[in-house]
Design a protein around this ligand. Structure first.
Ligand SMILES: [Zn+2]
Length: 127
């Protein structure tokens, strides 16, 4: 089954796919449920959301060495580009307003992480 929504398609947006050496942007195990949530957030936000990281396999440098499976590995987290804290706050607010069961968020340099991993409980952190 093809995994996509109106504005998010792993076939045309390689950033949704694992970028490790082995996968080289060809492997995507993001879930349809995650894309549906992200689409609703984008609809509330009303502007394009630029993906900086989606699915990551266990060999991806950002996942290797983690003691448990990360949210990106599970295909239930997406990072979006943001220019500054104002931008990040608008994206995070859209994620709440979309009411899709956001389970966590984090703000890093140039990106905001939205997390839908409901096994870990609601949380936030910084990079
Ligand atoms: Zn990979």
């Amino acid at each position: 089954m093809k995994i996509e929504t109106k504005n998010f398609n792993p076939e045309s947006d390689k950033m949704l796919n694992c970028s490790c050496e082995k996968c080289a942007g060809k492997i995507c195990k993001i879930t349809q449920d995650t894309l549906n949530k992200v689409q609703k957030i984008r609809d509330v936000y009303g502007h394009p959301l630029i993906v900086t990281s989606g699915y990551r396999c266990k060999n991806h440098p950002a996942e290797a060495g983690k003691s448990s499976e990360g949210s990106h590995q599970k295909g239930v987290a997406v990072d979006f580009k943001c220019l500054n804290g104002y931008d990040a706050a608008r994206i995070i607010r859209a994620a709440f307003d979309a009411d899709v069961g956001l389970c966590g968020f984090a703000y890093g340099p140039g990106f905001v992480h939205l997390d839908f991993d409901d096994e870990k409980g609601f949380r936030t952190w910084r990079y």
